[in-house]
Design a protein around this ligand. Structure first.
Ligand code: PMP
Length: 394
């Protein structure tokens, strides 16, 4: 590799654990390895640690009580638990599940599965920025609806959805709203009570906690059926011995994210906007994906006409810069992402997309370096591409 240094701009795929988080986890990997179900003091130490983490996570999203938080193995499990657990519990109220056309596969696939079990799914369209069509939602929420599930912020486009309006539409008709806040929680303020969210998915690693742990918030009074049956942990909603070090780390990560949120929003928004401006203005036929302002502070998604996102990604990798050509989970297939297509892009337009995601560690120097690299990479790829118009070639 010819690169002198590594610049990671693919933090949506994975974040480092904050050293302060690691520090509080260590005792639970070493001396304090008790099982919270044990009555002796080692077990009770673990039980106290989970209670503390539950409180920290509840405070991040302003849950009514810590007990409204159910710890899981991550966002995929939380989304499955929310969707399957709620529709199975409330199936007497209807069989129609409403979601958007820009959801993560951990929403898309559980719903697809449920359509083989007698449920019906309706995909609400979005506009060119990925913002949900509220009129279409309003039209579709009816007496047959059992659940509405919408992402808080799209991890590929960066676009933040109008959750308060969505919640108003859903609750006017007394229906249930689940929100996948994996990409947003810890980054932007989320108040489940103020927004009127019935169930919310959050993930630890997305806020610099350890991987393999997440949570589902379930509003007071809402019932849900478990996916896992066993020893009855987590109020019977998620059986299995608790991942104590992970949960403790998640709690600390949530606390830090809440404390430092405003500082990080200011820092990241400045870097994000400089990167967008630098990329879009330095080359023709370069466009921003997602909403120009109402977007996650860490997300920059752009598309370059006439080239492939994967070729850009690999060229940047050679220069020591890590990016993603779409959702890391979808990039196993070379099909353009369904999210980009839902915003109205043609296949060939969507193919030229790359996504940069920043972190608390990102700095101006790295952003300027990447802005400076892009013209050479894109011009070289465009020179080789049969799609590039003659006047753009050397
Ligand atoms: N929802 C969204 C919006 C995501 O971006 C992701 C991936 N980070 C997930 C759910 C699933 O997360 P995980 O693979 O950690 O379970």
């Amino acid at each position: 590799m010819s690169a002198q240094k590594l610049i990671n701009l693919d933090y949506a795929a994975g974040k480092p654990v904050d050293p302060r988080v690691k520090e509080v986890m260590l005792p639970y990997l070493e001396k304090s390895f008790g099982n919270p179900s044990s009555l002796h003091h080692l077990g009770q130490e673990a039980k106290t640690a989970i209670s503390q983490a539950r409180k920290q996570v509840a405070e991040l999203i302003n849950a009514e009580k810590p007990e409204n938080i159910i710890f899981t193995s991550g966002a995929t499990e939380s989304n499955n638990l929310a969707i399957k657990g709620l529709v199975n519990r409330y199936k007497d109220q209807g069989t129609k599940i409403l979601t958007s056309k820009v959801e993560h596969m951990s929403i898309v696939n559980p719903i697809k599965y449920l359509t083989t079990k007698g449920f019906e799914s309706i995909l609400i369209p979005v506009d060119k920025y990925g913002v949900l069509d509220l009129k279409a939602l309003d039209k579709e929420v009816d007496e047959k609806t059992v659940l509405v599930t919408i992402t808080y912020a799209n991890s590929e486009l960066g676009t933040i959805e109008p959750i308060k309006e969505i919640s108003r539409i859903v609750h006017e008709k007394n229906k249930i709203l689940h929100v996948d806040a994996t990409a947003a929680a810890g980054q932007v303020p989320i108040d489940v009570q103020d927004l009127g969210i019935d169930a919310l998915t959050i993930s630890s690693n997305d806020m610099y906690g350890p991987k393999g742990v997440g949570a589902l918030y379930v509003r007071e009074g809402l019932r849900i059926e478990p996916l896992l049956h066993g020893g009855g942990q987590e109020k019977g909603l998620r059986s299995g011995t608790e991942n104590i070090p992970g949960i403790v780390g998640f709690g600390k990560a949530a606390e830090i994210s809440k404390q430092e949120m405003q500082t990080n929003i200011i820092k990241l928004t400045k870097l994000r906007d400089r990167l967008i401006e630098g990329l879009v203005n330095s080359l023709p036929y370069t466009y921003l994906n997602g909403h120009p302002t109402n977007r996650l502070p860490d997300n920059v998604s752009v598309r370059y006409s006439f080239v492939e996102g994967e070729s850009i990604l690999l060229s940047l990798d050679v220069d020591g810069v890590l990016v993603s050509s779409g959702s890391a989970c979808a990039s196993k297939t070379l099909e353009p992402s369904h999210v980009l297509l839902a915003t109205g892009l043609k296949h060939e337009e969507a193919h030229g997309s790359i996504m940069f995601t920043l972190s608390r560690e990102s700095c101006t120097e790295d952003i300027e370096y990447v802005i400076g690299l892009m013209p050479n990479i894109i011009n070289r790829l465009r020179d080789m591409s049969p799609l590039t118009p003659k006047e753009l070639k050397k």
